[in-house]
Design a protein. Sequence first.
Length: 301
Amino acid sequence: MQAFPGKIKPAVALIGCGTVGTAMGKLLVDAGYRISGVATGNLETARGAAEVTRSEKFSDCPWEVTRGANVVFITTPDDLIESTCNRISEHRGFEQDAVVIHCSGALSSDILSSARDCGAVVASLHPLQSFASVDEAIALVPGSYCTIEGDKVALPVVRQVVQDLGGILLEITAEKKTLYHAGAVAASNYLVTLMHLALELNESAGLPGDISFKALLPLIKGTLSNIGAKGIPDALTGPIGRGDVQTVAAHLKALKKAAPEFLPLFRCLGLYTVDLARAKGSLNKEAADKLVALLGPLWPA
Ligand SMILES: NC(=O)c1ccc[n+]([C@@H]2O[C@H](COP(=O)([O-])OP(=O)(O)OC[C@H]3O[C@@H](n4cnc5c(N)ncnc54)[C@H](OP(=O)(O)O)[C@@H]3O)[C@@H](O)[C@H]2O)c1
């Protein structure tokens, strides 16, 4: 299937006009697409999104705007994607051959399968980014990886959409999406958790809160740069990588006294880091065994 025959850009409908839906609409209209309609739960929100995306129609009823659209984005919260798609299908709201897309990272395109009853094809397109606002999403989608999977006939259209959004294409299978999303959670959400741990320990150490993050930032950036340059495990530095058993023992003692609530997380990360140090080859067996004895076991057998 040729993505857009004759280079005519398709008519796009957006269902769910929050951060991602509105930003997708704005980026697509700027790329020459026609936004034929937008619908969201609240009519005033739909009106605002219609202004931003220069949409021809807005509604609080999805199937009023999906009829006539060649591409439909369902950008509601994840838990509502399947039921929203089902309701549109029940009202015969999808055109034959329309491409129906959701943007969830964790869910596969299979949750849109009811759209196939109308003769539509389905796909998912996940921007691998974290967006706090519409403006941020408009700025960040171009240059971000966009992970896609779906029906074979839908994919040429979705690839074209990613290219027009300025995204970088990454293809995956439906079965692997949840695992892929768990990786994204580790890289983004758990990084926040790790920073929280570091800042709390700094606070316990008496560092002023307003400079604590600033002081850590060059270290964080240096570590990311090392990972980019050397990869893992070679980028690993620090006491576990060097086999400094007494330093690790002192850390655990200090945490036990000042911040015992963080000990399980700190020990768990330490044990995992011992494995990385072993893989790097920087740890002899004696030091590794001592570190494992210090840090584990985390849970009774
Ligand atoms: N934000 C991110 O960082 C990010 C990144 C990558 C992917 N995603 C994915 O993008 C999708 C949308 O996320 P988001 O962050 O844009 O969420 P959001 O800002 O909460 O927007 C969701 C929108 O859906 C509308 N909505 C709720 N129920 C609806 C219904 N029954 N019918 C029609 N519209 C409905 C809501 O508007 P009303 O209240 O007016 O109904 C709301 O504006 C999700 O699948 C998410 O996983 C998000």
